[in-house]
Ligand binder design. Structure first.
Ligand code: CDP
Length: 215
């Protein structure tokens, strides 16, 4: 069977960064599942489908013309790697992700990424719903203050304006929404290893995941 490592956790915890490095170290494939919800939000906006129109969104999700190639994210043949990172599209992603029909329409597409030699994937429900049989499950988190500080630094690094108290409030709001939603709420699975990175460097977090996996 195909080895799968799942890394779930809240917004801005650094799980994407850690997951991508772990995948590279192992020579495994990498799936950023959040990007699928972001792609769907962007695709819906281009097709004038509202972010709460469950059945039309599920139909778009079933045939989402998305591709991951050359380290870029493509939609309908266009490089949308930057477009899907817009704050507004993140909000759309969290809205469409709350709809059960959307989540089930994207389920098989996510499972199809589990091919040899293996997969590292990050998101909210990778260990609970998409890959319940994963070899290694990590719940990666950090304090809300630390996550806000990291996102703030990231935005400043990109030359964007950033307001720390607002970012912190956004993170707290997103945590509440992710944990409270009816489908696939964010929580630590009983068989997931809790990795609190508040006081850890990226390297230390990567090494911890690799050790859990047995490398
Ligand atoms: O970490 P951040 O919220 O900035 O973004 P993301 O990981 O790209 O995910 C975007 C949105 O998709 C999140 O707000 C989640 O609510 C949702 N999501 C989800 O429901 N399930 C996943 N497996 C991944 C993301």
């Amino acid at each position: 069977s195909v080895p799968v490592i799942t890394i779930d956790g809240p917004s801005a915890s650094g799980k994407g960064t850690v997951a991508a490095i772990v995948a590279q170290r192992l020579g495994f494939h990498y799936l950023d599942s959040g990007s699928l919800y972001r792609l769907l939000a962007l695709h819906a906006r281009k097709h004038d489908v509202a972010w709460d129109a469950e059945q039309p969104l599920a139909a778009l999700a079933a045939t989402l013309p998305a591709a991951f190639a050359q380290g870029r994210v493509w939609l309908d043949g266009n490089d949308v790697s930057e477009d899907i990172r817009a704050e507004e599209i993140g909000i759309g992603a969290s809205r469409v992700a709350a709809l059960p029909a959307v989540r089930s329409a994207l389920l098989q597409r996510q499972r199809d990424f589990a091919v040899l030699p293996g997969l590292v994937t990050d998101g909210r429900d990778m260990g609970s719903v998409v890959f319940p049989q994963a070899a290694t499950k990590i719940f990666l988190t950090a304090s809300a203050d630390e996550r806000a500080a990291r996102r703030h630094k990231q935005l400043i690094g990109k030359g964007e304006s950033a307001n720390l108290p607002r970012i912190l409030q956004d993170i707290i709001d997103r945590d509440t929404r992710d944990a409270a939603r009816a489908v696939a709420p964010l929580r630590q699975e009983p068989d997931a290893f809790l990795l609190d990175t508040t006081e850890l460097t990226i390297d230390q977090a990567v090494e911890t995941v690799l050790r859990r996996f047995g490398q």
